[in-house]
Design a protein around this ligand. Sequence first.
Ligand code: ZN
Length: 199
Amino acid sequence: MPLPIVRAGDPVLRQQARPLTPEEIRSPRIRRLIEQMRETMRKAPGVGLAAPQIGESLQLLVLEDAAELQRELPAALLAEMQRVPIPFQVLINPVILERSTDTRVFFEGCLSVPGYRALVPRHANVRVRARNEQGEEVEMAAAGWYARIIQHEVDHLGGMLCIDRMWPRSLCTTEAYNEVWLHRSIAEAIAAFEADPGR
Ligand code: ZN
């Protein structure tokens, strides 16, 4: 059964989540939680889900960017996003070891802030160390949209939301995003939202 997703306003989304021990990672409770998170993320549908989003203040996240989620999107957009299919993955106690100095600005949304998108700057590349669902230590380099997903989900484990990092003036409803921005380049969106005519 998919679990209900916690929405912005619930204090669990603002807490520092606690790490899991290797014994806990292999426990039936955490194995079951990972299965439920996978199901919840796929049903939403989303490309990542962190444990605080289902009300558990634990350093655990799942991610997956399935090809079928990308099929409906314009090819030019996917290229700009540097978005390619990413298989299902579990990251436990993740630490971002390195962040590239170059950043990318793109529209981003969150299952805990439904109905909105905003431009959010993120590092273009990151290097991450974590434990997998077997409790083994893994290290990986991520680029493009994959790097963005990791940064977004790791933020959740530290009580941070993408709205803390967004360009506030770029906040769009999902409807407006689909109408206005889905088929336009990110450069146009940046130009529209970065300058503040009131200043
Ligand atoms: Zn989120």
